[in-house]
Design a protein around this ligand. Sequence first.
Ligand SMILES: [Fe+2]
Length: 254
Amino acid sequence: MILAVYVRNKGDMRVEDIIDIHSHILPGIDDGASSPEAALHMLKEARHQGIREVIATPHYSRRFQNNCPERIRELCGELQKMSREKRLEIRIHSGQEILYSENVPGMIAQGELLTMADSHYVLIEFYPGASYLEILRAVRTLVMEGFSPILAHVERYRALRDEERLEELTGQGAYMQMNFSSVSGNWMNETVRWCRKMLREQYIHFMGTDMHDVTLRKPETEAAVRWMRKKLDQRYMRNLLRGNAEKIIRDEKI
Ligand SMILES: [Fe+2]
């Protein structure tokens, strides 16, 4: 009889170590979790996918005018309490995914919008058709105001498909977040290929599930992590899945 034994190399990433910096888990506040029960279901799935900490990032956009930080903090607290009661070992931090407009830097500075885990990092999104100049100006403005912008699901913007642009934006003080689901698709897909290339070249700083539910936009990391284990430098991978996010939580420079 042949016994298959999996030996873990020293320094291997445990799947259950992930910190998810992009999620829509707070109930009834945007197009994410529809109820507290749905939110708990999402967290349970996330835990199965190796996630042990989550930054809740409800939308601030034209459609979802969430400019009441106290409400977001309150919902985070309630969900944390419920997950503890269910013995779900998952930690929740407050944050927000902010659709950029010229009012945004002032609103963050005034405390009307939330930063990531109360750090100086902010998760920013744009319309998919945003121009490079628009994104560059936003990054410069936020950096001048003392914030570190993280570009949400960076694979979504056509204007950033040129890797030199990612490099330039990073040089200006921006950080890049990619969705797990964009890495695990079919290799024939142009976006999947681009995402994998950007990861291999280490242009990406964070991964996120961008989970909204447990069906169409669910927390799914496994397939992407499997690919990463095979193709990425393991130290880079640990920072991508956990180390860099820990620095957000501790409000340290990456
Ligand atoms: Fe999102």
